[in-house]
Design a protein around this ligand. Structure first.
Ligand code: ZN
Length: 64
C-alpha cells in the first residue's frame, strides 16, 4: 500500500509531487519516494530518512 500524503512547499505554497529519488549513501544507492516541489525543485526528506545516518544523504533526482 502506498501512502498518499501531500505536502506543501514552504516557499512556493504549492503541492509537492511524489517522485522517486535515488539516494547515495556510503557507496550504496537506493530509491525512495520523496515529495518534491515542482516549482523550486526542493525535496522534502521524510523524517525517518533524515534521522540518524541519513542526515547527510544527497538525493540525486531521476525523472522518468
Ligand atoms: Zn517550492
Amino acid at each position: 500500500m502506498e501512502e498518499k500524503q501531500t505536502l506543501i512547499c514552504d516557499r512556493c505554497k504549492v503541492e509537492m509531487d511524489l517522485i522517486e529519488a535515488q539516494f547515495s549513501y556510503l557507496e550504496r544507492t537506493f530509491r525512495h519516494k520523496v515529495p518534491r516541489c515542482p516549482q523550486c525543485g526542493q525535496v522534502h526528506i521524510p523524517e525517518d530518512l533524515a534521522k540518524g545516518h541519513m542526515s547527510k544523504v544527497e538525493a540525486a533526482l531521476e525523472e522518468k
